[in-house]
Design a protein. Structure first.
Length: 315
């Protein structure tokens, strides 16, 4: 998972995932921007595939964070430090953005490796509900009828996915809880991102990898990840996953959302959820129940409603 899963609405400053500020001027699209968003949607939609592969090699989500994410984080530190003059006054917000994004990446990767890809994606994609409620509580944003409808669809959808009233008879799985908490952490990162004004784009983007590595190292106090003796080819693939898949996907997404009109970028990025669902069913062999199909439909509809909303809906 990368740091900018939800589309942004562009203004004079970068506002990151879940941003609800309006576009100030029409954006002239760069030729490659739409292609980059489509490619990034495919990359992130298929991210479960390498994660599942590394799981078969004996790695868990904690190990992935300690290796792949931490490697990118180490490389990112000098680039973030170069921009210290710009973010110096907002260093606390930068740390919070890194922590929340890092926690989201840490838990979401673990959820996809440990449980159902479709359930994990859908439970994480409650972002429209958490983003609307968080914006209302912390940023005093107005909730119009469209956003309320998105919230209701999300909540009813997840209630259906987890089994309805039967969900109260037994606890949710670790993978389900991890996906839900990852979505909440991601929303918190988005709200913090919107509160920041001066932090440059590169620092906002790369700090998530640093944060994920920090969360993973802090997590060693309560959990020891399984890192078996792996052949060199697996370590090489892990490095390629870190710097080609994670970093490459992040750069494609960042380029796309900063060069495509926000409403169009929002719709294009919904494709990531659809790619993940269809690929998990067709390639991963996952089977959905009727309730999960119904819940998935509601959450996808809520995501589209949120993606297509007008800027004035949140003023």
């Amino acid at each position: 998972m990368r740091p900018h899963r939800r589309p942004i609405r562009l203004s004079s400053n970068w506002n990151g995932p879940g941003s609800d500020v309006s576009e100030s001027v029409p954006l002239k699209e760069a030729p490659f921007a739409v292609v980059s968003l489509v490619l990034s949607g495919v990359i992130w939609g298929f991210a479960w595939w390498p994660l599942k592969y590394f799981g078969t090699q004996g790695l868990d989500g904690h190990a992935i964070a300690l290796t792949a994410y931490a490697l990118v984080g180490l490389v990112s530190l000098p680039l973030i430090w170069r921009e210290r003059r710009a973010w110096r006054q907002e260093w606390i917000l930068l740390l919070l953005i890194g922590f929340f994004f890092g926690l989201a990446n840490f838990l979401f990767s673990w959820s996809l490796m440990d449980g159902s890809v479709v359930r994990g994606m859908l439970l994480f994609f409650l972002l429209p509900a958490w983003g609307a409620l968080g914006g209302k509580i912390f940023l005093k944003e107005r909730l119009g009828m469209r956003r309320l409808l998105a919230v209701v669809l999300c909540l009813v959808g997840v209630f259906t996915i987890v089994g309805g009233v039967e969900a109260f008879s037994e606890p949710l799985s670790f993978a389900d809880v991890a996906a839900l908490v990852a979505g909440l952490a991601y929303t918190a990162a988005g709200i913090t991102n919107r509160a920041a004004q001066a932090i440059p784009l590169a620092s906002r983007t790369l700090i998530s990898f640093v944060g994920c590595g920090f969360v993973a190292f802090a997590g060693l106090a309560i959990h020891t990840p399984a890192i078996p003796a792996l052949p060199g080819t697996v370590w090489a693939l892990l490095c390629l996953f870190a710097f080609i898949w994670l970093m490459g996907g992040t750069l494609l997404t960042t380029y796309g959302v900063t060069h495509v009109q926000a409403s169009r970028a929002a719709v294009l990025q919904v494709g990531e959820l659809l790619v993940a669902i269809f690929s998990a069913v067709l390639i991963g062999g996952e089977v959905l129940s009727a309730g999960e199909y119904a819940g998935a439909t509601m959450i996808v509809a809520a995501t589209l409603i949120e993606a297509l909303r007008q800027p004035e809906d949140v003023r």
